[in-house]
Design a protein around this ligand. Structure first.
Ligand code: GUN
Length: 279
């Protein structure tokens, strides 16, 4: 039997309906949640992500402001903007879209964001909270994946969970959230020996590496839950994920599509964090 395709678009719409109601309650008490979205340079993928984030804010009634800076922006200029936004009372969340141009130190910029406004949960203080399981903000992509699992009634406790990719944005926090739900977690990366041997043990496999159609059916245990975080282009320049969807769907028990899987949930978690920040 082919995999059940997890419809992240539909699930995210249902979560956004709930968030919209929360925004209405906040507005009735005189608070309009506000998000500042900062984009530097001309990265086309970043432009698409930022537009989607702004549209999603509008959908649930969050006020959003875009700050688009030129490619040649200096680190000092960007830090000054972050300082200004830190002090702005009507802005509860600050998001600096990554990657940044090479003359800018991303870590320094993230460190400058007030932790209370860090709706991406990238600041070391928030990362620390994630480590110890006492969250203020959840990192958007891993949190969105946990919501997808919960929505589908997939229990993590005791399961073999394998994460491919060890980025600060996805792989590492994903491993933590699965661990907090009592999964047995393995993190794989480019130096992992015999990757297939590890991934074939997974009951839940999360792939976040940015390589088109990298995970093939022979790497997946029959019936496994496969979560594809990739946003890649295939040989025909068509949007695809890190998982070879057509072959893996014949083996997996559940599979997220690209687009329409993890992506919409990531944005929904950003909205959730912005509302939390406003509260
Ligand atoms: N670049 C890729 N993913 C993300 C994200 O979740 N947040 C930000 N700020 N930049 C990103």
């Amino acid at each position: 039997m082919p995999a059940k395709i997890i419809d992240g678009k539909q699930i995210s719409q249902s979560v956004r309906q709930e968030l919209k109601q929360q925004v209405e309650v906040l507005k009735a008490s005189g608070i309009v949640p506000g998000l500042a979205v900062v984009i530097v340079g001309n990265n086309q993928a970043s432009r698409v992500y930022v537009n989607n984030k702004k549209k999603a804010c509008e959908q649930v009634g969050i006020h959003s402001e875009e700050y688009a800076l030129p490619e040649e922006t200096t680190q000092q200029e960007l830090l000054e903007l972050v300082e200004t936004l830190n002090g702005k009372e009507d802005i509860h969340g600050i998001l600096v879209q990554l990657p940044l141009p090479k003359q800018i130190d991303e870590e320094a910029v993230i460190a400058a964001i007030l932790p209370e406004k860090d709706v991406d949960a990238f600041h070391a203080q928030n990362v620390g909270h994630i480590m110890i399981g006492d969250y203020r903000f959840l990192p958007c992509t891993p949190a969105g994946i946990m919501e997808l699992l919960a929505y589908e009634g997939i229990d993590v406790s005791g399961k073999e969970c394998v994460v491919i990719g060890r980025s600060n944005i996805v792989g590492k926090p994903m491993a933590m959230l699965l661990l907090h739900k009592n999964g047995t977690v393995t993190v794989c990366h480019s130096r992992t020996r015999d990757l297939g041997e590890v991934t074939r043990r997974a009951d839940i496999l999360v792939v976040a590496i940015g390589k088109a159609k990298f995970v093939t059916a022979d790497m997946v245990k029959p019936g496994a839950v496969v979560i594809d975080v990739g946003m890649d282009r295939d040989e025909n320049n068509k949007l695809c994920g890190d998982v070879d969807f057509d072959s893996v769907k014949e083996v997996a028990g559940y599979l997220t599509p690209v687009p329409g899987g993890v992506g919409p949930m990531t944005i929904t978690m950003l909205l959730k964090n912005t509302i939390e920040a406003a509260k």
